[in-house]
Ligand binder design. Structure first.
Ligand SMILES: Cc1cc2nc3c(=O)[nH]c(=O)nc-3n(C[C@H](O)[C@H](O)[C@H](O)COP(=O)(O)OP(=O)(O)OC[C@H]3O[C@@H](n4cnc5c(N)ncnc54)[C@H](O)[C@@H]3O)c2cc1C
Length: 399
């Protein structure tokens, strides 16, 4: 792109020089001249009374590709200390659904070391194929080696969809691979569907700070890549079937990576495991204060539930950050979710919408949370929750 001055229209009025914050325009023989330090900010275009300034766009040449050559759904596994992360299994369950709709193979791509004895157990998770890339160095995550291996595999095998966990690791290598392949990548998806006519993956995610849900397609490029956070999809059912196992050995050495892992320091493990909780009682701003959270905690205790909350309650220091649910917190899918004094902003909903049963307590009958609730109680939570606690205690004592 470059800024173009129409010399016939330019009158040398110097408005553009005044508008330029970068001193990137001067007059040459009473005609504006753009200097190399121009940042293309376009401020000059708007100030020119003669419309003598414009921006020239170079034609972006996109390589036409034959998208019909791409077939198959891939899930890239993530592991830590030899344990495959739950998000990879959850993606296998969604991947199975997509692969069945498209009538293609579902492949699980695993980069690692020492997984040989685990492959049989892993093969119960609904995939048709495991592509096991084996190299001693791949026991740990090396971003450049993952990028290289996955890019090479994709070029050779041409999958049409690649699903990756939206974990720090996935968020690191997915864009690198997408850039190398000139592929479309949608980060942090909360929904994935297929348009069977076009075979486009419909990738839904919150956008504009979560105020709307956007559905993104990649109509003219393949593969279609998406990262998805843990807890959005269910774990797969175990099935026994014939799974093709392809082992590919890579002879990587430490010098093949620009980085060297010297030591891995695990984050002190929090005792909170809200993502796997069966029951959650969550509080919002409507709880009123840190002290007010005591009845929320009491209700959670009676129900053997985990405590959660909206972002505001974390910001107000009423709740531990590990317990925040939503777009910038945890994604949960419990059997029962009780939302107390939570309005139901979309950024909260995306973190709990997969709960089996949602109960909402809110004094505003028009609160959006009621659109997501299976049971709604309109009223003051400080009056309702003590009654619930009493009733649950009574029921428990009768058991
Ligand atoms: C980029 C971005 C990311 C975000 N990420 C998250 C996220 O991860 N998680 C998240 O939760 N939010 C997130 N938010 C914030 C989100 O937009 C909302 O502001 C937030 O969820 C609102 O929290 P709340 O429902 O507790 O509070 P409010 O919206 O203030 O709602 C309080 C509710 O309590 C009810 N109430 C008040 N008093 C009582 C009472 N005595 N009894 C019963 N009901 C009562 C009110 O009627 C109201 O409905 C994000 C925002 C942005 C811009």
């Amino acid at each position: 792109m470059s800024i173009i001055i129409d010399e016939e229209l330019c009158t040398g009025c110097a408005n553009c020089i005044e508008s330029c914050m970068y001193d990137a325009i001067e007059l040459d023989n009473n005609i504006a001249k753009v200097l190399p330090n121009c940042t293309l900010c376009r401020a000059c275009i708007e100030t020119c009374p003669e419309e003598a300034i414009s921006i020239e766009h170079e034609e972006v040449k996109t390589q036409e590709i034959d998208i019909s050559q791409f077939k198959g759904v891939w899930v890239v596994a993530e592991h830590y200390k030899k344990k495959i992360q739950n998000v990879s299994f959850q993606l296998l369950s969604k991947g199975r659904e997509l692969a069945d709709l498209l009538q293609v193979k579902l492949s699980f791509v695993l980069l690692g070391k020492d997984f040989d004895d685990e492959l049989e157990e892993l093969s119960l998770n609904g995939m048709d194929e495991i592509i096991y890339i084996k190299s001693p160095i791949l026991k740990d995550y090396y971003s450049d080696l993952y990028t290289k291996v996955i890019t090479e595999l994709v070029i050779e095998n041409k999958p049409e969809i690649i699903l990756i966990g939206a974990t720090p690791t996935g968020r690191d290598f997915a864009p690198r691979v997408a850039k190398r392949l000139n592929a479309g990548l949608t980060a942090d998806c909360t929904g994935l569907e297929i348009n069977l006519e076009t075979r486009n993956l419909l990738q839904t995610r919150p956008t504009y700070g979560g105020s709307i849900m956007a559905t993104i397609r990649t109509p003219s490029n393949r593969p279609q890549m998406a990262t998805v956070r843990a807890g959005i999809f269910n774990m797969p059912e175990k099935v026994k079937k014939n799974v093709n196992i392809r082992k590919i050995e890579y002879q990587f050495e430490e010098k093949d990576s620009v980085s060297k892992i010297v030591k891995i320091i695990s984050k002190t493990k929090s005792n909170v495991n809200i993502e796997d909780a069966k029951f959650i009682v969550a509080g919002g701003r409507g709880v009123g204060s840190r002290e007010g959270f005591r009845i929320i905690e009491e209700l959670a205790d009676v129900l053997d539930a985990e405590l959660g909350g909206s972002r505001i309650t974390v910001e107000l220091n009423w709740l531990d950050p590990d317990r925040q649910i939503g777009q910038t917190g945890k994604t949960v899918s419990p059997k029962l979710y009780i939302a107390c004094g939570i309005s139901g902003a979309i950024q909260h909903i995306v973190g709990m919408q997969n709960s089996e049963i949602v109960v909402a307590i809110n004094k505003d009958p028009n609160a959006p949370i009621f659109n997501w609730a299976h049971y709604g109680i309109v009223g003051d939570l400080h009056e309702i929750i003590p009654v619930l606690i009493q009733e649950f205690k009574k029921l428990k004592s009768e058991e």
